[in-house]
Design a protein around this ligand. Structure first.
Ligand code: CA
Length: 237
């Protein structure tokens, strides 16, 4: 009795979930295919979606790199503040006020000065020579005579040819310091004129004539910046 009831129930369920199949005797299954028009419509929709999404993705990536660059600049600034805290003054860098001085040579006094002083080692990871080996005040081992590592540079801090770069790969980065330690960075402190980066110089709207209240600041040209549309990434904004 139980078996019979189960068979009846299964039969009902089976009929309920299985649509009545057409008899296929002597017939062929119809072929499902897109027409050319449908295919073109699908391609057009994909193209429109791609056109809408790509700018959003690029914009999100640029925003992320801007944020990463500011974090990087602030970390470098913290390293320079660590140096000042230890020695009582900021290190002397290249007179260009650029992290990568133009025309870097093999002169150890200028080659990777920013890096070598803060990392307390050379770019090839070799140790700086002993302080007593030279008295030239420009040399990293003399400026950072205690050979303290104030910053551990990451691979992402450098381009393949060993120049420091921001998150966009830009190597023209200005660094300014409050040399007289009055809490404000202004012309005469560390520079006569604001250094140009990427051929562009910040205007008074970005860098007020009264100066910027900070100990260390960095700036770099924003990607795609031009003389007609000068734009920068500032560590203080
Ligand atoms: Ca000052």
């Amino acid at each position: 009795m139980m078996k019979t009831a189960l068979s009846v129930l299964c039969g009902k369920v089976g009929r309920a979930i299985s649509p009545r199949a057409p008899r296929l005797v002597g017939t062929t299954r119809p072929t499902i295919a897109f027409t050319l028009l449908e295919l073109l419509a699908v391609i057009a929709v994909i193209g429109i979606l791609t056109a809408l999404l790509v700018p959003s993705v690029n914009s999100a990536r640029a925003s992320a790199n801007r944020a990463r660059t500011r974090v990087q600049f602030n970390q470098w600034a913290a390293a320079l503040e660590g140096f000042r805290s230890e020695y009582g003054y900021y290190p002397a860098l290249h007179s260009s006020n650029l992290v990568n001085p133009p025309g870097q040579t093999t002169d150890p006094a200028t080659l990777h000065l920013f890096h070598d002083i803060l990392a307390a080692r050379r770019r090839d990871a070799s140790a700086l020579p002993a302080f007593a080996s030279t008295t030239d005040p420009r040399f990293p081992e003399v400026q950072n005579r205690k050979l303290i590592s104030f910053y551990s540079f990451a691979v992402s801090d450098f381009t393949p040819n060993e120049l420091l770069c921001d998150a966009f790969g830009n190597t023209e980065i200005a660094v300014l310091m409050d040399r007289n330690l009055d809490g404000v960075i202004r012309a005469g402190d560390d520079f006569a004129e604001l250094p140009a980066v990427g051929g562009l110089t910040p205007g008074t709207g970005d860098f007020p004539a009264a100066g910027v209240r900070a100990g260390v600041i960095f700036y770099a040209p924003a990607p795609g910046a031009t003389a007609a549309n000068p734009e920068f990434i500032f560590s203080w904004k």
